[in-house]
Design a protein around this ligand. Structure first.
Ligand code: ADP
Ligand code: MG
Ligand code: MG
Length: 339
């Protein structure tokens, strides 16, 4: 019997278009002799689009308005063997859709509510990983009401970390709303920007030198494996939105040109983090490697990483001998596994 798979794509976050591209690749790669796949695109307004609008969105990379409320359509997810929620960012990668699917009793690819929610929030991630002994930059939390009512307290917290520092919305991705702040004079604009996007903001000390950025893929549930390590190289002050999404601005190196002991440390720490956060299925875990000092610092955990055929996560496993279509097949298998 073929497995019936519901592939969810698009979604309400700033990474809507990235998700549509990923979904197109996954749709083409799930073997038709094993799977019967129905795609549903979720519009930017959070509505589930009917089949014709879904097909048009996947083809053009842009979705229209319309469609049904999530809760109206959730029931129609019944009858599927598994859901592949290929959604990035808030309302997709953060435990919300995972909660809906859990309530509906439908298995799904990737982390459940806890792992998704904690990994999406950069502050919660840092707190959990600190208690697991994972090395990270120094950081502080600031809340929107503090910025409104006691801004000097927030400024002191920032100054204690020293400049330059990074200001980030706690629950976003794709570098949206992130600023590198070089001096106290630039702090206001960075905080206004970040608090315009999130109630919770993380202030982070910058690494002691401009870091090398290395990433590793994790695959599995309770006995996960780590991929080879990859590295992103780019010519920019930091890995901002334009550098990420402008063709040719960044290059991927797989395997990363790193001493084997460093690569092994990346894999070990990533597996520790995956377990500590209760992740499942897949995650791409990103690190800073400060070559000058030898420091290796975990930066963030992405529980539904970019998934086009040229994205880092599938490329890392391809280097480990797992093809793109084998990878998506395994992910569905992991979703169906009893734990
Ligand atoms: P996102 O989830 O949006 O990808 P990140 O936390 O990965 O956000 O930050 C985006 C980029 O900003 C990183 O890839 C890196 O280039 C730079 N960056 C972020 N935090 C730091 C830091 N503490 N020190 C040095 N560079 C940083
Ligand atoms: Mg991220
Ligand atoms: Mg990142």
């Amino acid at each position: 019997m073929k497995k019936r798979i519901l592939l969810l794509a698009g979604g309400q976050s700033g990474e809507h278009e990235v998700s549509l591209m990923s979904a197109r690749s996954v749709l083409a790669a799930l073997p038709r002799d094993q799977f019967d796949v129905t795609p549903v695109v979720i519009s930017k307004q959070g509505r589930w689009l009917p089949p014709t609008d879904t097909a048009r969105a996947l083809e053009s990379g842009v979705s229209v308005q319309g469609g049904d409320l999530v809760l109206h359509r959730a029931a129609s997810a019944e009858g599927y063997d598994a859901v592949f929620p290929l959604l990035h960012g808030p309302m997709g990668e953060d435990g919300t859709i995972q909660g809906l699917l859990t309530l509906a009793g439908i298995p799904f690819v990737g982390s459940a509510v806890l792992g998704s929610a904690v990994s999406m929030d950069k502050v919660m991630t840092k707190q959990v990983l600190a208690s697991a002994g994972v090395p990270q930059v120094a950081w502080a939390l600031a809340l929107r009401h503090e910025w409104r009512n006691t801004p000097d307290l927030v400024r002191v917290r920032a100054a204690n970390l020293g400049f330059p520092l990074f200001v980030k919305p706690a629950n976003l991705g794709s570098s949206v709303g992130i600023s590198k702040v070089n001096s106290a004079a630039d702090l206001n604009a960075a905080l206004d920007l970040a608090f315009g996007l999130d109630r919770r903001v993380i202030l982070e000390a910058m690494t002691s030198f401009k870091p090398r950025e290395v990433e590793v893929g994790i695959l599995g549930n309770d006995t996960p494996i780590a991929s080879p390590v990859g590295e992103l190289q780019f010519d920019a002050d930091f890995y901002d939105y334009d550098t990420k999404y402008t063709e040719g601005r960044a290059t991927m190196h797989i395997p990363a040109p790193l001493p084997e002991v460093v690569a092994q440390r990346v894999r070990d720490i990533a597996l520790t983090a995956f377990r500590a956060l209760d992740c499942a299925g897949l995650a791409r875990i990103d690190f800073f490697y400060v070559q000058e000092t030898g420091e290796l610092l975990l930066n963030e955990v992405n529980t539904m990483p970019g998934f086009t055929t040229t994205s880092m996560y599938p490329k890392l496993f391809e280097a480990a001998g797992i093809s793109y279509s084998e990878l998506v097949t395994r992910l569905v298998g992991l979703a169906l596994e009893k734990r």
